[in-house]
Design a protein around this ligand. Structure first.
Ligand code: ADP
Length: 602
């Protein structure tokens, strides 16, 4: 049975899965996830707040603009009504008999009183009559320091229009009083229909301005040239909304429309359809041109309230969005936490299964090794058993003839026969005996005698035996023995036999080599006693000990060796519970190491 190793990779597979499950969300990834969530959170909150602010601002601004539109419309109607109210009065006055009489040369004093009464009753600034040259003949304010009587108003556009038979309308600063007002003028005709003068009224519009101021509004009324006539802010008055041309300026100067007042540009700039920057402040801006004389009415309102409300809405939206996001994240964290705990549990289970599997694999592996060893031992035991039977019959069969030959040779020697053949035959008989002696080891059965042997003594005894061949081959000895005994419970003869075999092989391996050094060492450590036999011979080549220790494996020439030395030595060492190892030395040659487990002895 050969239980192969895919289980190992299976073990790794399982371990790999365990690793993967061990930390489903690694810390770096968790950190990156937290960072990215924060970024997403911030981006979403920013987007929400931006959208909420602009949406709410647009909405509230729309409301403000609607309100501003209503106010503008109201003020436009007021201006309209104020101008309309007295527009027909000069026409009516031009037909008054007192007016016609005075215009055609009558005494103006009566008319002065009459006009004063009219002006007072109607709430008009002034009513006055001019002759065809524009010189005032009669006026409601006659006799007062600011009386118009005698003043020449021929340069005024309202006079110039009226003298041509049209109705003159004009806004300007009074040249006599310096008070601004709106002028209406009509021609006064005699009975024949000829134009004999011009009757004019001046209306004070400052009430409009005052009402805007009192209401806290920012309103301005500009004429066709864009010059501000009336404004709730004092500083805006007589400023121009855009740069005036030279022609416009000279026309204004000619009509003395604004007296000596210099017209400078107003600090304002329309921004888009419904906002304008004025005096460094951005305000909502609406205007209407639906007024007489191409006038325009401008209304400015602050959007501060819209902004405040927009911020409030943004705050509420942010709070809701934040709450939703945080609760979503909280739910997510809970889900991740639960998944993490689940995966940790699964990981622990997998790890345990993995460990169980690893133990099982190791057990099976060692069983496999034990099985392999047992198989090897069985095979070897089988071979040795066959060898033992063979050895027993060979040594038995050869024992008698060898003994007989030795007897015959002894007899021949005694009788002085045999000549020079005798020593050679004796040598051959010695060798045959040697072979049968070696073979007898395999045939041997039964219990052996064990005793405490000091390995140093055994080495000395073997070296003594080896002395002749060591000397003959001029081998240098390098012996390393400890000072203290190295004891081994063993069969002395067998251990010496192992040492002899190894040393003989070492000496034989160095026959053609130089130098020839036989190194022998004995020692012990915590759990083993050992000896080594090394040489400077030709080494083991590619073969390993397992191969060399097979019976009858030899590299020697026929008759030189039987290939039994290492087989016998291995068997003896096995019997003692030890093991032999062999390897080539880096410096050349081979070294054999025999190790026995240290035995407990009293
Ligand atoms: P034999 O000595 O009869 O050949 P062994 O079993 O003792 O039988 O040795 C088997 C073979 O192992 C030898 O023939 C030899 O090739 C090799 N061998 C043993 N010892 C050494 C050694 N020290 N150096 C090189 N080869 C060796």
């Amino acid at each position: 049975m050969n239980w192969q190793g895919p289980r190992i990779s299976g073990g790794f597979v399982v371990f790999g899965v365990a690793q993967a499950v061990a930390n489903p969300v690694p810390p770096v990834v968790q950190c990156a996830m937290r960072g990215s969530f924060l970024t997403v959170f911030l981006v979403v909150m920013l987007a929400c707040s931006g959208a909420a602010f602009w949406g709410a601002y647009g909405y509230f601004k729309g409301g403000e603009l609607q309100q501003a539109g209503a106010r503008l419309s109201l003020y436009r109607s007021t201006v309209d009504a104020e101008l309309e109210r007295f527009s027909h009065l000069p026409f009516v006055l031009a037909r008054d008999t007192f007016v016609i009489e005075t215009a055609t040369g009558g005494d103006p004093r009566r008319l002065n009183a009459r006009l004063a009464t009219f002006a007072e009753r109607a709430g008009i600034d002034a009513i006055y009559l001019m002759d065809e040259q524009g010189i005032t003949r009669s006026a409601s304010n006659a006799g007062r320091p600011d009386s118009f009587v005698g003043q020449d108003y021929s340069f005024r556009p309202y006079f110039q229009a009226a003298i041509k038979g049209q109705q003159g309308q004009f806004y300007g600063v009074g040249v006599t009083t310096g008070v601004p007002g709106y002028f209406f003028a009509n021609a006064v005709r005699d009975d024949a229909g000829a134009i004999r003068g011009v009757i004019a009224i001046k209306i004070d519009l400052s009430d409009l301005q005052r009402s805007w101021q009192e209401a806290g509004e920012r309103v301005l009324l500009a004429n066709a040239d864009g010059v501000v006539l009336l404004a709730s802010v004092q500083d805006w008055r007589y400023r121009s909304l855009s740069d005036l041309t030279v022609a416009q300026l000279s026309r204004i100067a000619e009509a003395r429309q604004f007296g000596t007042q210099a017209i400078t540009p107003l600090d304002w700039q329309p921004e888009g359809a419904d906002t304008a920057a004025i005096d460094g402040q951005t305000l909502l801006h609406l205007q209407t041109r639906d007024l007489p004389n191409q006038w325009s009415l401008h209304y400015f309102a602050s959007d501060a309230q819209a902004i405040t409300r927009a911020w409030l809405v943004t705050g509420v939206v942010l709070f809701i969005a934040g709450t939703i996001l945080i609760s979503v994240q909280f739910q997510r964290a809970r889900r991740i936490g639960a998944a993490l705990r689940r995966s940790e549990r699964e990981e622990a289970e997998l790890r345990a299964a993995n460990e169980r599997l690893a133990v099982e694999i190791e057990e099976r592996r060692s069983a496999e090794r034990r099985l392999q060893r047992t198989q090897d031992e069985l095979e070897r035991a089988g071979r040795l058993a066959v060898l033992g039977q063979l050895a027993a019959s060979v040594t038995h069969e050869l024992g008698q003839p060898i003994a007989a030959m030795r007897n015959h040779l002894a007899a021949a020697e005694l009788q002085g026969q045999g000549g020079t053949m005798l020593p050679r035959l004796q040598g051959l008989v010695d060798r045959m005996e040697g072979i049968t002696r070696q073979l007898k080891f395999f045939a041997r059965k039964g219990k052996q005698e064990f005793e405490q042997v000091d390995l140093r003594d055994a080495i000395h005894a073997v070296l003594e035996l080896m002395r002749p061949s060591v000397d003959t081959q001029e081998v240098t000895l390098d012996i390393t023995l400890p000072d203290h005994p190295v004891m081994l419970q063993s069969n002395r003869l067998r251990i010496e036999q192992v040492m002899t075999n190894l040393m003989r092989n070492a000496v034989d391996a160095m026959v053609d080599c130089d130098p020839r050094v036989l190194s022998v060492a004995v020692g012990q450590d915590n759990d083993a006693v050992w000896f080594t036999v090394g040489d400077t011979g030709h080494g083991l080549g590619d073969r390993d000990l397992r191969e060399l220790a097979e019976p009858f494996v030899t590299t020697r020439e026929s008759g030189q060796g039987m290939g039994l030395g290492l087989a016998i030595s291995s068997a003896i060492v096995d019997d003692h519970g030890g093991r032999i190892s062999a390897q080539n030395r880096d410096s050349g040659g081979a070294i054999f190491r025999v190790t026995f487990p240290k035995q407990e002895h009293a």
